[in-house]
Ligand binder design. Structure first.
Ligand code: CTP
Ligand code: CA
Length: 239
């Protein structure tokens, strides 16, 4: 713990943390992906383990060594991650969705390599169009399923990376997203400056009404501890 004090406030708790970025296969050799390194999810796993939690770490295409003590569950695509979360959601005290999940996947995965041009010849300018469909919004779905079940568990944390525009600031977009998703907490990352893969990080933590409850700036482990500090009061009561 970078603050020097080890709090065991997650002892006996079970967390499912998703990390990394999903890959959507287009054909046998290509996929749609994103820049997520998995480092924030890893830092969350590390911090939670230090605080006494048991951690199931759903890793989407992460090339980092598994934090000692975590149960690592590897996935590739958004659909695989959705299945994994559905399987584990009911067994954990908290779901922390740090993974960057593809919003779209190929409507149909080609079984053979998509060719540059089927008919018009090598000098043709024609391009194929890629048919996409939406993936499941795992975070939103998990919130809805929790409501439907009438249960208090799991506590649910989402992440949002936003870039502002003339129409709306990054913070306004994040606050609207927090209200839309309905997760207990939404950790908002202003992408201006490029955070992917970097060691340091600056976040604001919003509640389900989009109100800021905390800020953190520093290493991803420090940010992780700040997120866990805010998560603890949302954990379901121990039976
Ligand atoms: N998320 C998810 N399932 C998806 C997409 C996103 O569970 N199919 C989760 C992410 O893990 C993250 C949160 O939702 O915790 C917010 O992701 P983000 O991409 O910022 O939200 P979107 O609703 O996809 O909005 P946008 O149009 O900005 O991408
Ligand atoms: Ca998205």
């Amino acid at each position: 713990d970078e603050r020097g004090a080890v709090r065991r406030d997650l002892a006996g708790r079970e967390l499912l943390i998703t990390a990394g970025g999903t890959r959507e296969e287009l054909d046998p050799v290509r996929f749609l992906a994103n820049h997520s390194s998995g480092r924030q999810g890893w830092a969350l796993a590390h911090a939670a383990l230090v605080r006494g939690a048991r951690v199931r770490l759903a890793a989407a295409n992460v090339e980092l060594e598994t934090p000692p003590g975590a149960l690592r569950l590897d996935v590739g695509s958004a659909a695989e991650l959705a299945d994994l979360v559905a399987e584990h959601r009911g067994q954990v005290d908290a779901l922390v969705m740090a993974a960057a999940v593809a919003d779209f996947t190929a409507a149909e995965r080609a079984t053979s390599k998509i060719k540059k041009d089927e008919s018009a010849g090598d000098d043709s300018e024609t391009v194929p169009s890629l048919a996409l469909r939406r993936t499941q919004d795992i975070l939103r779905h998990s919130v809805l399923e929790r409501t439907r079940s009438g249960q208090a568990r799991p506590a649910i944390v989402g992440f949002a990376a936003e870039t502002g525009s003339e129409d709306a600031s990054a913070l306004e977009l994040a606050a609207a997203k927090a209200r839309r998703k309905g997760a207990d907490l939404l950790v908002f990352n202003d992408l201006t400056g490029g955070v992917f893969g970097a060691a340091d990080n600056a976040v604001r933590i919003l509640d389900h009404e989009g109100e800021e409850v905390a800020r953190a700036e520093g290493s991803k482990v420090l940010v992780a501890h700040a997120v866990l500090d805010e998560l603890v009061p949302h954990l379901p009561e121990v039976p």
